[in-house]
Design a protein around this ligand. Sequence first.
Ligand code: ATP
Ligand code: MG
Length: 403
Amino acid sequence: MYIPDEVLTVINILEKNDHNAYLVGGCVRDMLLGLKPKDFDICTSARPEKVLELFPGSIPTGIKHGTVTVIIDDLPVEITTFRIESDYTDHRRPDKVLFSDSLTEDLKRRDFTVNAIAYHPVEGIIDPFNGIRDLKDKIIRTVGNPGERFGEDALRMLRAIRLQACYGFSIDNDTFSAIRALSKNIGAISRERILEELNRILLASYPEAFKNLLKTKLLNYIFPIPISETADLTSLKNLPEELTTRWSGLLWLTGVRDAEAIRAICSGLKMSNKLKNEILKISMLLNTRLPRNQFTIRRTLSIVGPESFARAISIMKILKLNKNNLLEIEKASSQIISEKHCLSLSNLAVNGGDLVKSGFKPGKDLGIILNTLFICVLQNPDLNQKDILIQFADIINQKMGKI
Ligand code: ATP
Ligand code: MG
């Protein structure tokens, strides 16, 4: 297994000071799967204050839970003291955290067997809960009784489906049944954390695992509207790994097409306005007839922006939505963009200042004139020249005077 020297140094320093230290969690799981770990977590018998003392400059990132982050040569390494967790009365956090001297106790409080494997550079693998067997069999199974473990922390139910989405594993039957039985508890988890997990599921290599949010009924307590369990999500993985695209594809495939429903789902999850608006724009395009001529393509591009337009087209192609002339429309829009046609008021060859300089009175009529010029330019991009537009502005102004 490849372990960076910086990480080995941390383990060495802890051991030289008479503490035990092991690699644990996602990095061990990923290394055993032959994948490059995203980060390295170390668990240790050293108490957090000792870790802070041994590594000057380390950051007490989660000191209450015993976590200290050490940054060596730009590599952040999380060091967490062996823990036992007490009762969880609120389904999301332990009532108190107790530090321990036992690696096995620490592994026992971890969520899934595949996440409860420790590795030591000399001792090798320590795997009291058969995580390796489950890794080989590609199974997600809780450490201990699934009902109890999900009862302690409801987020684990989403983590199970997220792991499935990342690795394409299946969920052990008892673990799955427990999620179904306890799905209601997901209400105890903050919307932000739920959104983070959903985003990760959608961006993973096997996003069709989202289906298990339906099958376990978890989604009933996450989305404000009911979603059909029969939705076929197999083609989700063919969409580009981009969040707004995957969300819009998911909503389409699950039959959520109404803007109000989409808004309610996005707002319920406390998505940023940026993410929500982008999903709304793409979904709007998926749900309406596509623009047919150069003018309407330009107008649509000006309303939704070239990026959302391209994302919507890619969804239509990949999900094989029944849209006429898709390829021609895609070609026309690419041409419009590459020829840099004016697609926003700010790219108009004249602005309010230019009009005032040419003798127009400042005021709200100027806005109307500029908008009218913009429509003219959307119809014919060749008109986007200062002298032509000033002449047009004159005509519009005279007509407005008559009205
Ligand atoms: P990745 O970092 O790739 O998302 P990870 O498994 O490292 O995956 P983290 O959230 O970084 O996930 O957690 C590190 C380890 O802490 C996990 O592997 C698991 O052993 C343990 N863990 C994390 N969250 C929980 C939880 N809610 N309940 C029990 N154990 C947990
Ligand atoms: Mg991790």
